[in-house]
Design a binder for this molecule. Sequence first.
Ligand SMILES: Cc1cc2nc3c(=O)[nH]c(=O)nc-3n(C[C@H](O)[C@H](O)[C@H](O)COP(=O)(O)OP(=O)(O)OC[C@H]3O[C@@H](n4cnc5c(N)ncnc54)[C@H](O)[C@@H]3O)c2cc1C
Length: 398
Amino acid sequence: MLKVDTEKCTGCGECEESCTFEAIFVEDEVAVVNQDACTLCGICVDGCPEGALELHVEEGLLAADLSSWKGIWVVAECRSGVLAPVTLELLAKSRELAGELGTEVTAVLMGHEIESKAQELIFYGADRVLVVNHPELATFTDEVYGNILADLAKKENPEIILAGATAMGRSYIPRVATILETGLTADCTGLDIRAEDRALLQTRPAFGGNLLATIVCPGHRPQMATVRPHVMRADAPDPGRKGDVIRILPGEELLSHRVQVLESVKEQAEGPNLSEADVIVTAGRGFEQEKNVELARELADLLGGTVGATRAAVDAGWLPGRTQIGQTGVTVSPKLYMACGVSGAIQHIVGMQGSAIIVAINKDAEAPIFDVATYGLVGDVKEILPLLIQRIQKERGS
Ligand SMILES: Cc1cc2nc3c(=O)[nH]c(=O)nc-3n(C[C@H](O)[C@H](O)[C@H](O)COP(=O)(O)OP(=O)(O)OC[C@H]3O[C@@H](n4cnc5c(N)ncnc54)[C@H](O)[C@@H]3O)c2cc1C
């Protein structure tokens, strides 16, 4: 928390002026902190001419305690008998991190009739798989999944726990972090290790996506993060990999829950799934009018792909919200991403920068999208797209 030394404070108001969160103000000639609004950014501390402000960091674990936490856990997600792609992506990343830490990777697999997936997790990078197989886990509930994962973590003390920032992960992983009294960085787009203290460097968009913040959890364990699907790459499975499968029977007290799932209804979406498409043609505000978006559809159809959108195109009502790519939309990593009339705002880039080949078409040669593009075409989408469409049709003889 942010503390004010009232003896030193002169009520000069420097802190009030420097705080963009309006979390500190001067009252009766002394600084007063609204702890709920304070983000502990420390700007006021540095700017206080009297040295009257201090960031008081809650004491966590001592260095000796920290060293007793070992191993990286990946929370495996398995729906309808299929492992979520993000699980495989996290296993590949965890192998890299485990190499730096000199530790092992454990996958935690919870569900019903999921045992056959344990071997698959080993092929994709797990050294051990903790399998919790129980009829009560056939339907997902935050309480039961959260209780079991937290209970396992309390018994085994993993150094790091990673999960997908999926609907499921976003729902129950915060519960686990709360039970374990540790921090959680949600929606990470990058993970690394700081060699000197083994800290997990957790990078995610911050301040409306205008910058990427790297967050550490210095005094608590485990270090927990959820990671967006498709921002990391899965390794190819290695059927020769060996590992241990450990079956765990959950205690009855962990299986009780107050929420009853009555029915699960699958959303009926039209067209190919954006996050699984190999080719995406994205329409930005540069299309100028809704009718021009037809050009993106035509090109996507020809390439066997689908159409994506920037938020500007969605806000204009040209394309539905589910096609939005970026920080508040879907994260994609197709083989070919065509950004047409897209400026390349950071909130958009974080959702598509993992694409294998990025082609940008923009009439402004200085547009930031060209910084991440593999190929760039400077010009009007209304002129370039018809030429591309004609050329592809000609090559195919249609
Ligand atoms: C908290 C937050 C979350 C956000 N989340 C997302 C998100 O998930 N996804 C997202 O996309 N945005 C998101 N945004 C919005 C983002 O900041 C940008 O405003 C948005 O991405 C811009 O969309 P755009 O590139 O289509 O439009 P613009 O930025 O207006 O760019 C249009 C581009 O088209 C070019 N152009 C114009 N006419 C033509 C033409 N005829 N031919 C070729 N090029 C042309 C222009 O040179 C320009 O570069 C978010 C913003 C915030 C604050």
